[in-house]
Design a protein around this ligand. Structure first.
Ligand code: AMP
Ligand code: MG
Length: 337
């Protein structure tokens, strides 16, 4: 077994994917930028406008990300862990916001035919990618975990804001949407404060509010999955989110195999045949869930889903490094190879 790359290093590599863009913005007087370690990564919040107000707005956005982190954490004690601890017992009353996020996640699971599935929690615990010692579980352990997975095992009563995994062992893991949701909430906080030009970068996953102060679009680089610091594409965005799921984000190697953190809920093992998937959508939750789901579905089924989904575009890089793009992505991305 070898190492899992330290998360901070990963975050910095992802930030490099911005082609130095954020560095230039940092020295531009019309923007304020704050950097925070949140969601296990480096979060950069860049806000345009009058300096003092932009600073306050950026801090408010960071607070919002912190709040979402506390609500959705799979590891630290949170409302989510309370739901998981009480699986199989009675419904757990939660913040209506968390209930709504879980409901939306179950909907997206249906949309991806279970490729994205927020009930993979028992598998996540087994593989332990975010822990010190991730490992390849025994086949029997995987079989046991698979028996606890499935979106139909969780009911959400939105009216009462109550959530119930029906059986003991079923566990919700919102790791594949939490960052996207945090970006959404942070962008909403900025808009509430009157911000019209901003970019939030959470370890390479990005949401933008309006274009830059001169009304030109933000230029966002997408990391090449096999060349640290390299860029495979550049998108120009004035609204919405861009999220990438990749096999380089969290992994370990054993017997020459790269065991990465995006799991196929049908097999219990890391999904095969993809290096990375990049999705652009109006909101972060949709982009985040679909990036994970398309990664699991593979290039053909995955790109078909993106083609069928309104307002969503993207591209993927398969196991051999071949790129497939949705039709809308061709005008959205400037490909570098
Ligand atoms: P992402 O980086 O957005 O693709 O999310 C990966 C994270 O989501 C993992 O670290 C797990 O916590 C969780 N996860 C892994 N596989 C899946 C899946 N197929 N569906 C939903 N969540 C997943
Ligand atoms: Mg995701």
């Amino acid at each position: 077994m070898t190492k899992t790359p330290p998360r901070l290093v990963l975050a910095l590599l992802c930030v490099c994917a911005l082609l130095g863009q954020s560095c230039r913005l940092g020295s531009d007087d019309s923007f304020v930028r704050i950097d925070r370690l949140l969601l296990g990564t480096l979060v950069q919040i860049t806000v345009g406008g009058e300096r003092k107000q932009a600073q306050l707005a950026a801090e408010a956005a960071a607070d919002e990300i912190k709040r979402v982190e506390a609500l959705t954490s799979f590891h630290a004690s949170s409302e989510l862990t309370e739901i998981n601890d009480r699986a199989g017992d009675e419904s757990v009353s939660v913040d209506p916001e968390l209930a709504a996020l879980i409901r939306r996640s179950l909907e997206l699971s249906r949309q991806t035919d279970g490729a994205f599935d927020p009930t993979v929690g028992s598998l996540s615990t087994l593989w332990n990618f975010s822990g010190e010692k991730p490992r390849v579980p025994e086949a029997s352990e995987i079989a046991d975990a698979l028996a606890s997975i499935g979106r139909d095992r969780v009911t959400v009563d939105q009216g009462a804001a109550a959530v119930r995994p029906a059986e003991k062992g079923t566990a919700l893991d919102l790791g594949a949407v939490a960052k996207g949701y945090a970006l959404d909430r942070a962008a909403a906080a900025l808009k509430r404060l009157g911000v019209e030009h901003a970019l939030i970068n959470a370890g390479g996953d990005i949401i933008v509010v309006g274009g830059k102060t001169d009304e030109t679009p933000w230029r966002v680089g997408v990391r090449d999955p096999r060349t640290p610091g390299g860029v495979v594409a550049i998108a120009e965005l004035t609204e919405g989110a861009i999220v990438t799921s990749g096999d380089y984000e969290r992994y370990f190697e054993s017997d020459g195999v790269r065991w990465h953190h995006i799991l196929d809920p049908k097999t219990g093992y890391p999904a095969t045949g993809m290096q990375s998937v990049t999705i652009v959508a109006p909101d972060g939750v949709t982009a985040d869930a679909l990036a994970t789901g398309v990664f699991v579905l593979g290039p053909e089924k995955g790109m078909r889903l993106i083609e069928e989904t309104p307002d969503v575009d993207g591209f993927c890089i398969d196991g051999e490094g071949r790129i497939s793009m949705s039709s809308g992505a061709k005008s959205l991305f400037n490909m570098k190879r």
